[in-house]
Design a protein around this ligand. Structure first.
Ligand SMILES: *[C@@H]1O[C@H](CO)[C@@H](O)[C@H](O)[C@H]1NC(C)=O
Ligand SMILES: *[C@@H]1O[C@H](CO)[C@@H](O)[C@H](O)[C@H]1NC(C)=O
Ligand SMILES: *[C@@H]1O[C@H](CO)[C@@H](O)[C@H](O)[C@H]1NC(C)=O
Ligand SMILES: *[C@@H]1O[C@H](CO)[C@@H](O)[C@H](O)[C@H]1NC(C)=O
Length: 331
């Protein structure tokens, strides 16, 4: 009898400890991010996230990332961009055109992301779809709906910024933790897909096709070149930070894989991600909520993002990957 009571009370104590542990909420891999609003933290973004170079395609130079969407997410990426193009059987993700690199159906990619979100209920995820063939909100919204990801979609109070964003903790507790940006989509025509947000009604971006490590800039390039006015009107900065190489004797640009270690590292040399972020924070007097890098595991770029978010050494639940180009290409 004594031992039964003792066993029961030990069991209760163990269960109680377990439940208090799970009650301690973690948002996007860090407890401290739960109280941050969506626009007041920096998201690590994988540029052209759908265009993967790996052993299955002989490390095609048209690929911008080494790992697919779910692996990127498990690593800590929280914004994934891709280009949507019309192909024979629907909307595909293709790099520049579908003959160069066809990563398959947008609906399949969104389904992979939705499945990852099903398994990771404490994470807020964003996508940025480049609407290359100007599909309307009905077409794109139908594809999002078919993937099931719309159930998680957050709809802000207006379809044009600035708006007040909730904290990650609120988005997670309401299970509205998916944000869908589209570049571009007429903001007046998304009644049946109000979760599709026209990027340039909320966000401005710096220059993207940079081919010289000394030429990264924080100046707004799209939709306006008036950085000061963009900030004053509450537009959110997106910091592109990836380097291209011009293919010899042509205007064709491909991701500069040989410079990726330098491009994505925090500090110390020309063109580093962290130094560029520091410059942009000074220029904007705020941190950029969004970043986009190629080869997102390299650098590691995530160290800079953790530093900006003041969660260095306090993160949990990520799957490590090789952080140098050589390691990524051999694994
Ligand atoms: C972000 O939050 C900090 C406090 O954590 C505050 O000082 C800062 O003004 C906020 N910035 C923006 C752009 O919301
Ligand atoms: C993504 O890559 C991982 C390995 O990195 C693999 O296990 C998974 O099946 C891939 N997912 C898809 C949808 O191909
Ligand atoms: C959206 O585009 C589709 C395909 O091009 C077209 O059939 C449909 O009429 C368009 N809908 C609206 C509301 O414009
Ligand atoms: C997407 O699904 C929502 C919710 O079921 C529905 O209201 C909306 O009309 C759908 N939109 C499209 C474009 O299919």
């Amino acid at each position: 009898m004594y031992s039964l009571i003792r066993t029961t009370s030990v069991l209760v104590a163990v269960l109680f400890a377990a439940s208090t542990t799970t009650a301690q909420q973690v948002c996007n891999n860090a407890e401290a991010l739960c109280s941050k609003t969506y626009d007041n933290l920096t998201h690590l973004g994988a540029h052209d996230a759908a265009f993967v170079r790996d052993s299955s395609n002989a490390f095609t130079p048209a690929g911008n990332q080494f790992y697919n969407a779910s692996t990127q997410l498990s690593y800590g990426v929280r914004l994934l961009s891709a280009q949507a193009h019309n192909a024979g059987d629907g909307v595909h993700l293709c790099h520049t055109n579908c003959l160069l690199y066809d990563a398959g159906l947008l609906s399949d990619w969104l389904t992979d992301i939705r499945e990852w979100m099903d398994a990771n209920p404490n994470d807020v995820v964003s996508v940025l779809i480049v609407n290359s063939d100007n599909n309307n909100a009905t077409t794109l919204g139908g594809i999002f709906n078919s993937s099931g990801i719309t159930d998680y979609a957050y709809v802000p109070s207006a379809n044009k910024g600035p708006v007040t964003w909730p904290t990650l903790g609120d988005m997670i507790s309401q299970n509205k933790r998916f944000v869908a940006w589209v570049a571009s989509l007429d903001p007046a025509s998304n009644e049946d897909a109000p979760f599709l947000l026209d990027e340039f009604s909320f966000i401005f971006e710096n220059q993207y096709d940079v081919t010289d490590a000394g030429s990264f800039s924080c100046d707004s390039n799209r939709p306006t070149t008036d950085t000061g006015n963009a900030l004053r009107t509450g537009m959110l900065p997106l910091m592109n930070h990836f380097l291209d190489d011009k293919l010899f004797g042509s205007d064709i640009e491909i991701p500069s894989v040989e410079n990726a270690d330098n491009t994505n590292k925090d500090s110390g040399d020309t063109g580093n991600f962290g130094d560029a972020a520091n410059s942009c924070i000074a220029a904007y007097d705020r941190a950029p909520p969004f970043t986009l890098v190629d080869f997102a595991n390299v650098g590691p770029a995530i160290d800079t993002v953790d530093r900006l978010n003041q969660v260095s050494g306090q993160t949990t639940g990520r799957t490590p990957l090789p952080t140098d180009v050589a390691g990524s290409m051999s694994s």
